[in-house]
Design a protein around this ligand. Structure first.
Ligand SMILES: Cc1ncc(COP(=O)(O)O)c(C=O)c1O
Length: 417
C-alpha cells in the first residue's frame, strides 16, 4: 500500500489523516465532532504537563496531547489545522474565529508598538480599517505601497519594518502581487537584521485558496485565510487560519488563548468534513463557469472592463500562469471576476437592483467562494472603509458559484438590458 504522502492532495483532502494521536477515530469513517469546553485531567501531574506543553506543535503521530480547555486546544479543530498546514505546504496552522481574527492574530503576535507594516494599496475593507483605524492608535506604523513597485517597497522599508502584507489576487480588483520578487527583496534586506527584526512576508490567500495557489512555494513566510469563503465553501461557517513556521507557533497560540478568538469545533468539523473534500471539485467547476462568464462579459458592449486572471487580456497574464497552479500543476485562475459597466454610477446601481429583484441564479450579497453566485459593489459595500479614496468606485465584484453557466449569463444579460 502506498503511504499517505504518496496520494494526490485531492485524495488526501477527502480522507484526512487515517490515524491521529489528536483523537482516536480508528473506527469512524467520518472524523468525530468533539465538542467539550473542558477536559478531565486525571491527576495533578498530568494537568501540569498539559499546561507546560501548551504552545508546542501537536502532530498526528506520537503521544496524544493533554487537552485542558477548548480555548487552548481541542481535537476537531486541531485535525483541521493539520490538514490546512499540509495543503499549504506549511509547518503549522492556527485557526481563528474568522478571517479577520486570523489577520489581526498573526499581525498582533508579530508587531509591537513602534513597529511598522508595509501593506499593498488595495486590501479587503476590514483589513484596510484595521490598518487605518486601529494600528495608528496602537502605535504601529502602516505604509501603503504598490507591492509590485519594488523600488517603492524598498524605499518604504525602514529599521522598524517587520511585515510586508498583501492579498493576491487582491479583493476586489484581482491584481496579483509577484511573491517571488518580494522574496528576493526581503532576502536582500534580512541578512543584516537580527532574528527579531526580520521582515516577514504575510499574504492573504483567501481569493485563490490553496487549490489555486500555494504562496509558501513562491517565498511567502506566512499565509492567512478566511475559511468563511471557498475553504468552508457552503456559506455556513465563519472561520480563519494562519499557516506559519513552527518558530511562530508558540506566540500565536498564546495570542489566540489570551485574546480568545477561537474557531468553534462545530465550524471546524463542517469545514473539514464538507469544505475540504469538495474544494477541488467546486473550484474546478467554478473556474470553468468563471471563464465562460468573463468571456461573455468581455464581449458585451455595455461592459467597459473585465478583470479575470484566466482571460488572455488579464494585465498580469504571465504572472497568473506562473503563480496560480492547482494541485496537478494546471493553471487555476479562481472563481472571482471584477468588471465595470459603461455609464455612470447610477447605471451600475440600476444593474445591481435589476439583479437583486429579478435574478434567480445571482444573489446580491457580500462574501464569496460560495455554492451560490454572489454579486456586490465593493465601493459602497465591502470596501466602504476606503471612503472616497477607492480607485475604482464602480467596480462590480462577482463570485461564481456552482450554477449552470448559461443561467448566470442569462441573468446578467437580462439585468444589463
Ligand atoms: C480577502 C479577504 N480576507 C479576509 C476576509 C475576512 O474574513 P472573515 O469575514 O472570515 O473575517 C475577507 C472577507 O471577505 C476577505 O475577502
Amino acid at each position: 500500500m502506498p503511504t499517505e504522502p504518496d496520494y494526490k492532495t485531492t485524495t488526501r483532502l477527502v480522507h484526512g489523516p487515517s490515524h491521529s494521536a489528536k483523537w482516536d477515530f480508528a473506527h469512524h469513517v467520518t472524523p468525530p465532532l468533539s465538542s467539550s469546553t473542558t477536559y478531565r485531567l486525571d491527576d495533578a501531574r498530568r494537568a501540569a504537563r498539559g499546561f507546560s506543553e501548551f504552545g508546542r506543535a501537536v502532530s498526528d503521530e506520537g503521544d496524544a496531547p493533554v487537552y485542558i480547555y477548548d480555548r487552548l486546544d481541542e481535537p476537531t479543530r486541531s485535525i483541521l489545522e493539520g490538514e490546512l498546514a499540509a495543503i499549504e505546504g506549511g509547518e503549522c496552522c492556527v485557526s481563528f474565529a474568522s478571517g479577520m481574527g486570523a489577520i489581526s492574530g498573526i499581525l498582533g503576535s508579530l508587531l509591537v508598538p513602534g513597529d511598522g507594516v508595509i501593506a499593498h494599496l488595495v486590501v479587503y475593507g476590514c483589513t484596510h480599517s484595521l490598518f487605518s483605524n486601529w494600528y495608528p492608535r496602537m502605535g504601529i506604523g502602516v505604509r501603503r505601497v504598490d507591492m509590485n513597485d519594488l523600488a517603492a517597497v524598498r524605499a518604504a522599508v525602514d529599521e522598524r519594518t517587520r511585515v510586508l502584507y498583501f492579498e493576491s489576487p487582491t479583493n476586489p480588483t484581482l491584481e496579483l502581487v509577484d511573491i517571488a520578487a518580494l522574496r528576493e527583496l526581503v532576502d536582500e534586506l534580512n541578512p543584516t537584521r537580527s532574528a527579531e527584526e526580520r521582515i516577514r512576508i504575510v499574504i492573504d490567500n483567501t481569493f485563490a485558496t490553496p487549490f489555486c495557489q500555494r504562496p509558501l512555494e513562491h517565498g511567502a513566510d506566512i499565509v492567512v485565510h478566511s475559511l468563511t469563503k471557498n475553504l468552508g465553501g457552503f456559506g455556513t461557517e465563519l472561520g480563519g487560519a494562519v499557516i506559519c513556521p513552527e518558530e511562530l507557533l508558540g506566540s500565536l497560540l498564546l495570542y489566540r488563548k489570551d485574546f480568545g478568538a477561537i474557531l468553534n469545533s462545530k465550524s471546524a468539523w463542517a469545514i473539514m468534513v464538507y469544505g475540504l473534500p469538495t474544494l477541488p471539485l467546486r473550484l474546478k467547476r467554478q473556474q470553468y463557469t468563471a471563464l465562460k462568464v468573463a468571456r461573455w462579459l468581455e464581449g458585451s458592449e455595455r461592459v467597459r472592463r473585465v478583470t479575470y486572471p484566466g482571460l488572455e487580456s488579464f494585465p498580469q497574464a504571465a504572472l497568473a500562469r506562473h503563480q496560480m497552479r492547482d494541485f496537478d500543476g494546471d493553471f487555476a485562475p479562481g472563481n472571482m471576476i471584477a468588471f465595470e459597466l459603461v455609464g455612470e454610477r447610477g447605471d451600475t446601481e440600476r444593474f445591481i437592483d435589476a439583479l437583486a429583484h429579478h435574478a434567480y441564479s445571482i444573489t446580491l450579497a457580500v462574501s464569496l467562494g460560495h455554492t451560490k453566485t454572489l454579486i456586490e459593489l465593493p465601493g459602497p459595500m465591502t470596501h466602504s472603509s476606503y471612503g472616497e479614496q477607492t480607485e475604482r468606485p464602480h467596480t462590480v465584484r462577482l463570485s461564481i458559484g456552482l450554477e449552470s453557466p448559461g443561467d448566470i449569463i442569462g441573468d446578467l444579460q437580462a439585468a444589463l438590458e
